[in-house]
Write a protein that binds this ligand. Structure first.
Ligand code: ADP
Ligand code: ZN
Length: 215
């Protein structure tokens, strides 16, 4: 399947994407994971992106489009992909439309995961992430803690609170979302490819997507 996952930070895009990859071999493409990997590795991209990310601001569209143009042409995308955290602005959505037309790729739909704001805030402050850039497993101190406190179940690396998960950065990320990313819901509605799912359980989101795809 070829999907865009839309939703505020903390809506569960990453969790839903990971579950969907198990269904049909589609790959998760998370621009946030790619950027955090680049920051850790200290690449040119990472150096350019780091300050924006730490503040909870968006990384410039040109950098993101460069990443995505390369990523979508890798072999593992042939079976399908789940775009998690991209596009994030109207210019990115326009550029993606052009890019997909050039690559002759059609999307199934854009899924808007709509979660109440109080749930989002609670999740973001209690979220923890594996510090290993090749893993980046997501935990929650309340609802899904690692088996051993502070240690990733999957790879054994330390589980940490992300730099952009301070209260200040979270507030900024939510503002950025409302200003820059929320308009994409209308954009994809007009494109006739929007599915909105109001659900706080990722299993319910998966069920709604499957029902819509008829699989
Ligand atoms: P979340 O969805 O939880 O905010 P992500 O992991 O998707 O987190 O993104 C973390 C940060 O990476 C964002 O706050 C932003 O700085 C940057 N980022 C990720 N994806 C994009 C994108 N498509 N465009 C611009 N910046 C991005
Ligand atoms: Zn890990």
């Amino acid at each position: 399947m070829r999907l865009i996952l839309l939703g505020a930070p903390g809506a569960g895009k990453g969790t839903v994407a990971k579950l969907l990859t198990q269904l049909d071999g589609s790959v998760q493409i998370s621009t946030g994971d790619i950027l955090r990997g680049a920051v850790q590795a200290g690449t040119e991209l990472g150096k350019k992106a780091e300050a924006f990310m730490k503040a909870g601001d968006l990384v410039p569209d040109e950098l993101i489009m460069g990443i995505m143009e390369d990523r979508l042409q890798e072999d593992d995308c042939a079976k399908g992909f789940l775009l998690d955290g991209f596009p994030r602005t109207i210019p990115q959505a326009e550029a993606l439309k052009d890019l997909l037309a050039r690559l002759n790729i059609t999307l199934d739909m854009a899924v808007n995961i709509d979660v109440p704001r109080d749930v989002i805030l609670d999740r973001l402050t209690t979220r923890r992430t594996c510090s290993n850039s090749d893993c980046q497993a997501i935990y929650n101190v309340k609802s899904n803690p690692p088996k051993v406190e502070g240690v990733c179940d999957k790879c054994g690396s330390p589980v940490i609170q992300r730099d952009d998960e301070t209260e200040e950065a979270i507030t900024r990320r939510l503002e950025t979302y409302n200003e820059k990313t929320a308009p994409l819901v209308d954009f994809y509605e007009k494109e006739g490819m929007l599915l909105t799912v109001q659900a706080t359980s990722s299993d319910d989101v998966i069920a709604a997507i499957k029902a819509k795809l008829g699989s």
